[in-house]
Design a protein around this ligand. Structure first.
Ligand SMILES: NC(=O)c1ccc[n+]([C@@H]2O[C@H](COP(=O)([O-])OP(=O)(O)OC[C@H]3O[C@@H](n4cnc5c(N)ncnc54)[C@H](OP(=O)(O)O)[C@@H]3O)[C@@H](O)[C@H]2O)c1
Length: 314
């Protein structure tokens, strides 16, 4: 099967993923919506087909937190599609206010399972169709949340990823989300090196606060729901980030860039200084041109890589 460019977008039923699916469909791509709730996603699929006038919008089941679901998704995809041009790891787990330790079906902390291990395994299992594209591009949805690592004391909590300290340390999905997104950026850098010989580019986008979908808001506790509704009054629509996904994954000017973190303006974010003066530190934290130096720590990158490769073998 090969008459148009193919893109997979995880979490394409809601928020930024949904806007991105619409953007790629309007541009004539064959869009594969990788979603965990098929019944809720069918109406979105239909809406995208009607709005874009493009019938080539498929819906495939994927629970990114489950290794067996990822294997099943990738095998189904490979049976139908020969080639993959764009792979957008957009779906993520974050549920504000959750304080009870969350484990995936494979017994790894849920943010790490969904936001790091899942995307890594999925990419690995899709290497064959990606290699067949002449300009394959992978994009990871990172977050401004990683700015918390400008605090030199902040480190990824590697020793509590299977609930080792679940009864002794306070758990916050927000903290684990930030750790998993930093790990995702580190994995991006390492994966970009690994995929150089295949000419497959891998980048990450640092997404700032953006309007949250009604579906996600409805799933929050009353207090977080109210806060999310209020925040939505000030935050931009998901379409802005979706356009950024589209540009990074298709525009000629990004064709030879790999292993980078981009900001919403499409600029490469640079490594911050590890011991900045207070003014530079303020610029690093509040601007969108620097990322925390911690992201370049080779030992931590290696630790993230070993975590991904170990779990992908389960
Ligand atoms: N919005 C922001 O302010 C913001 C800021 C920084 C970064 N980001 C990042 O941008 C990306 C999109 O965010 P968003 O605001 O559009 O979020 P969203 O509207 O809440 O959408 C998240 C999507 O991920 C899916 N998902 C979650 N867990 C999954 C799993 N285990 N398997 C398959 N799909 C799963 C959800 O599916 P269901 O509908 O079935 O739950 C939903 O489709 C995320 O990576 C997020 O971390 C967002």
């Amino acid at each position: 099967m090969r008459d148009r460019m193919v893109v997979i977008i995880s979490g394409a039923n809601s928020g930024i993923g949904r806007a991105a699916a619409s953007r790629f469909a309007s541009a004539g791509f064959h869009v594969v919506m990788a979603c965990r709730d098929l019944s809720a996603s069918r109406s979105v699929q239909q809406e995208i087909i009607e709005k874009s006038g493009n019938d080539n919008v498929s819906l495939l089941e994927l629970d990114l937190a489950s290794l067996s679901s990822i294997r099943h998704f990738c095998s189904t995809f490979r049976q139908t599609f020969d080639q993959l041009d764009v792979l957008i790891h957009n779906a993520a787990y974050l549920k504000h206010g959750v304080k009870t330790y969350q484990l995936s079906p494979d017994q790894i902390e849920l943010s790490f399972a969904t936001n790091l291990i899942g995307p890594y395994l999925m990419t690995k299992l899709l290497m064959e169709p990606l290699r067949k594209s002449s300009d394959a591009r992978i994009l990871h949805a990172c977050s401004t949340n990683i700015k918390h690592f400008f605090d030199p004391k902040r480190k990824i909590e590697f020793d509590n990823l299977q609930g080792e300290f679940k009864d002794k340390r306070p758990y916050s999905t927000y903290k684990m989300y930030g750790d998993s997104k930093m790990a995702l950026f580190m994995m991006t850098k390492r994966l970009a090196e690994e995929l150089k010989p295949d000419h497959i580019q891998v980048n990450a986008l640092q997404i700032p606060a953006t309007q949250i979908s009604k579906r996600t808001i409805d799933n929050l506790s009353p207090i977080w729901r109210t806060l999310a509704v209020l925040q939505n009054l000030f935050n931009p629509l998901p379409d802005e980030v979706a356009e950024c996904y589209y540009q990074i994954c298709t525009a000629e000017k990004y064709a030879n860039l790999s292993g980078h973190l981009f900001n919403k303006q499409g600029e490469v974010i640079l490594p911050g200084l590890s011991k900045p003066d207070p003014l530079t530190q303020a610029k690093q934290i509040f601007g969108s041109t620097y990322y925390p130096a911690y992201a370049d720590d080779p030992d931590t990158i290696q630790q993230v890589w070993e975590l991904c490769t170990k779990w992908a073998q389960h």
